[in-house]
Design a protein. Structure first.
Length: 325
């Protein structure tokens, strides 16, 4: 595949996503698929949640038009997308949604892992399912989930391009372009949300493409974790804290760090911009780490862990002073 596809496919994808979202906002779909305020949300008015349809619609059009699809990830993605669209439209029981996510993760892991022994298969399924859901948990502020998709899949695209896989680079750049088109409508004040139809497939593909790139030898296993660490850390630490307090983790809440920063007075715009800075730092560090020796990579990850520890301590101190739990 020629390298020009790395640039043409994202352009087609971004333009298609932009037009789809614009069209949906001007039709009855925007009035049917509304996100109503709830105890977990940070918005006060009903807002259309059709952005995910535009993101995934543009992405799938570009993947089909340029022959970038691979049924090993396309089939399970279609499954989680279908269930997510149904959830946005009519609501699906949490148990059924989780079952679909686990089945999709299992299908992907079975066909992608080179040596799918029981241990690695189980780890892969749980990792993909967790990433699928945590991305949804983190989709609660204007511009946040879209920004993470731009930074995350953009980083995948750069690494794949460096590794010489033009098709995989084009695929990831296309998803980043679709998310960028969505951000035009989602940055504060948001005109639309992505809904489960966007956040769930994006989380699934963040894990799936991360594993796929690792299996193809384009990056080490730590690379996708560091790239998406702004979301992984917030969601995982918050879940662990709620578990330790004996709280029901499946209940809606507003205890993620980004939610608490907004409640502390930062607002959607400032919180998103701060998160973008963190996302950019993690992406640059991860890409730079690809050129290091194993010892250098270990030092990088150690430094990242220490930096995150200091960051979390600082944020907790700030939130405590502001009286935000």
């Amino acid at each position: 595949m020629t390298r020009h596809v790395q640039f043409l496919a994202p352009l087609v994808c971004g333009a298609t996503s932009f037009l789809l979202i614009l069209l949906l906002l001007r039709t009855g779909a925007a009035r049917v698929l509304l996100d109503q305020p709830n105890p977990r949300s940070l918005h006060a008015a009903a807002t259309p949640r059709i952005g995910g349809l535009g993101i995934m619609g543009g992405f799938l059009v570009a993947a089909a038009a340029f022959g970038l699809y691979d049924y090993r990830w396309l089939a399970p993605t279609a499954l989680v997308l279908a269930v997510s669209v149904l959830e946005d439209w009519r609501s699906v029981a949490a148990a059924w949604r989780l079952a679909a996510h686990l089945v999709a993760a299992g299908i992907f892991a079975w066909f992608v892992l080179r040596e799918p022994g029981p241990l690695w298969f189980t780890i892969a399924v749980l990792a993909v399912a967790w990433m699928t859901n945590l991305y949804n948990f983190m989709d609660g502020a204007d511009g946040l989930a879209g920004g993470m998709a731009v930074a995350g899949f953009g980083s995948y695209g750069v690494a794949a391009g460096i590794g010489g896989d033009a098709a995989f680079a084009a695929l990831n750049f296309s998803l980043a372009a679709a998310a960028a088109a969505f951000l035009v409508f989602n940055f504060h004040p948001a005109r639309t949300f992505m809904g489960d139809a966007g956040s769930i497939p994006l989380g699934f593909l963040a894990a799936a493409f991360g594993i796929l790139g690792w299996q193809r030898g384009m990056w080490p296993a730590w690379f996708p974790v560091l790239v998406f660490s702004p979301f992984i850390l917030d969601a995982s630490v918050t879940l662990a804290k709620r578990l330790l307090r004996g709280e029901k983790i499946w209940q809606a809440h507003r205890e993620h760090y980004y939610q608490r920063l907004i409640q502390a007075g930062w607002g959607h715009r400032r919180t998103a911009l701060a998160e973008y800075g963190l996302m950019a730092a993690c992406a640059i560090a991860a890409l730079a780490g690809l050129g290091l020796t194993p010892q250098g990579q270990l030092a990088l990850l150690t430094a990242a862990a220490l930096a995150y520890g200091a960051l979390l301590a600082g944020v907790e101190s700030f939130l405590t002073k502001r009286g935000v739990r």
